[in-house]
Design a protein around this ligand. Sequence first.
Ligand code: PMT
Length: 220
Amino acid sequence: QRTGQLTGKQIIVSAGGTVEPIDPVRFITNRSSGKMGYAIAQAAAEQGANVTLVTSSDLPAPAGVQTVHIQSARELLAAMTERFEAANAVIMAAAVSDYRVATPADQKMKKDAANPGLTLELVENPDILATLGANKTHQYLVGFAAETQDLINYAQQKLTKKNADMLIANDVSKAEVGFGYDTNQVTILTRDAQPETLPLQTKIAVAREIMRRVTEAVKD
Ligand code: PMT
């Protein structure tokens, strides 16, 4: 058991991409590896927090971190909601699918010779960060923004609209930034300070910078 500035605090982190079924053998997902969220869970555990990592990824859990495995956005929502009341801080690093297939097929879908194209009907998924933002009482809520253009503007909008306390913006169109890499470059937005851009560095170094700020906000 580590001791640190977050000893006794409950930190919930989400990581990885959600997986939305099309039929029993196919699904819709994205390029998230889970590395960013796992690094945050590790950095929180290093500060002595009780960390729960809600994840779709198969990466090995960081030392001392409890993992909960989910697949779809709705499973992620349920797992986060269940743990929200007891949490001191929540960090949503997961890449959540905005849409899911309206009615996944029960059996493997077959090709239809008479119909060469295929149209899947998608419906919107719940927005987990926005749901937590609407219901937060004492929790410090951190979201991410994965953008390919107009990074700060879009991130600023997400901070406000989803009622987060901190938004970590990454421009995933850049090399070595975002999905899959061991490195990331982020800009940190909060409600009252100017956006702060950190250098390109390893995800664990980024995670420690984020957790240093979260610690300031939630420690006694
Ligand atoms: O996993 P890695 O390979 O290490 O990659 C890291 C990362 C690029 C996935 C990570 O750094 C990152 O940016 N995570 C957020 C990805 C994302 O879904 O961004 P977004 O801009 O679409 O969503 C904004 C925020 O709302 C995010 O905190 C997201 O978790 C949340 N969200 C989004 C949609 C939705 N339906 N529910 C949500 O809670």
